[in-house]
Design a protein around this ligand. Structure first.
Ligand SMILES: Cc1ncc(COP(=O)(O)O)c(C=O)c1O
Length: 364
């Protein structure tokens, strides 16, 4: 079986975890700080704040950007459920914009019409590892004096016009879940150049403690326990060192599949936006007859994923946010199919994936 994802944990991660366990410091401690500093440096930003997950990073970052009850946040209609859920967690309303069918990312042309006096922020997602169309999005945000908070949960190491994803907007949020391009087991990260946002985020994720009183009982706001651990940070630090190599392999694997699948009837290979450095968290093709290709892949022991089977407003708790102009997101939910692209694939695996799809297409 060729799996759709495979975390790569080496001896370095195991040794680092054992050191933390031996140190007796298992909660947030020196390893978390070291992980934050290394992650900030890798993204060319001043601050990184480690969190318990990508979802908690998004919730905390938006709270710190001032998003609250009654606000509206404009986001994509095609993403993992945690993106709109994090808006709901702030007491705000997700306002959905349709996607560019080529990239699956939010279409900047669909944003401006959705801005109202209640708009609190714009939340683009860099889906599948490809940065959103940030020049256009930031221009709109500037014109309306809005903050942009990015969901980079699938985009570690990617870049846009030479700038690392962590520095693309006011704050960017990452997930360290095991299937991501790098992992810390569970975990997340907020990156920003805004010192005020960073200070507030450190408080929000730590029960609302005051900055001068970390570890004490001086609570200055509503906060949460959204911290991560030194155990997770030790894994994350080792993975961060390997991220460049992992992403290189992903991009090579994607190039192989691009070549092998280009022109295959019924299959559309991923489109890369000018200026975007795609890191292929997922290699997602479009297939009209998805069910029949899924059956063929299954028969041949090839893993796949449907990210995602529905547009955001097609989930039961989000139907009220639907409207007429979300057709591309709905369409993507019927056609998107992700193939294995992770760094552990062999040339034989890649050849089998491409060969199976070509044979399937010939019989269509
Ligand atoms: C686009 C997107 N947003 C948010 C999240 C949430 O991250 P986590 O699962 O770490 O909470 C994920 C991760 O699965 C994601 O892919």
């Amino acid at each position: 079986m060729i799996p759709i994802a495979k975390p790569l944990i080496g001896q370095e991660e195991k040794d680092a975890v054992m050191k933390v366990l031996d140190s007796g410091m298992m909660a947030s401690g020196p390893k978390v700080r070291e992980f934050e500093e290394a992650f900030a440096a890798a993204n060319g930003v001043k601050h990184a704040i480690a969190t318990a997950s990508g979802t908690t990073a998004l919730h905390a970052a938006m709270l710190c950007a001032g998003v609250g009850r009654g606000d509206e946040v404009i986001t994509t209609a095609f993403t993992f459920i945690a993106t709109p859920n994090s808006i709901l967690m702030c007491g705000a309303k997700p306002v959905l914009a349709d996607i560019d069918p080529r990239t699956f990312n939010m279409d900047p042309l669909k944003i401006e019409a959705r801005i109202t006096p209640k708009t609190g922020a714009i939340l683009p997602v860099h889906l599948y590892g490809q940065p959103a169309d940030m020049d256009a999005i930031l221009k709109i945000a500037d014109r309306h004096g809005l903050k942009v908070i990015g969901d980079a949960c699938q985009a570690h190491g990617s870049a846009y016009k030479g700038k690392k994803v962590g520095g693309l907007s006011h704050a960017e949020c990452f997930s360290m879940y095991p299937t991501k391009n790098m992992t810390s087991s569970e975990g997340g990260m907020i990156t920003t150049d805004d010192g005020g946002l960073a200070d507030m985020a450190r408080s929000v994720i730590n029960h609302g403690r005051g900055q001068l009183a970390l570890g004490t009982y001086d609570h200055v706001r509503l906060g949460y326990n959204y911290r991560t651990t030194d155990i997770a940070a030790a894994i994350g630090l080792e993975q961060l060192k390997k991220l460049g190599g992992f992403n290189k392999r992903r991009r090579e694997n994607a190039a192989y599949l691009d070549d092998a699948l280009e022109g295959v009837k019924g299959v559309e290979v991923p489109f890369v936006l000018g200026g975007a450095e795609h890191v292929y968290h997922q290699y997602t093709i479009r297939v009209e007859d998805r069910a029949s290709l899924q059956a063929r892949l299954r028969e041949n022991g090839i893993g796949f994923g449907v990210y995602y089977p529905k547009a955001v407003h097609e989930y039961v708790h989000l139907t009220q946010y639907g409207h007429d102009d979300l057709k591309e997101a709905e369409h993507a939910g019927r056609e998107a199919l992700s193939l294995p692209v992770h760094p552990s694939l062999t040339e034989e695996d890649l050849s089998k994936i491409a060969g199976t799809i070509r044979e399937w297409a010939e019989k269509q």
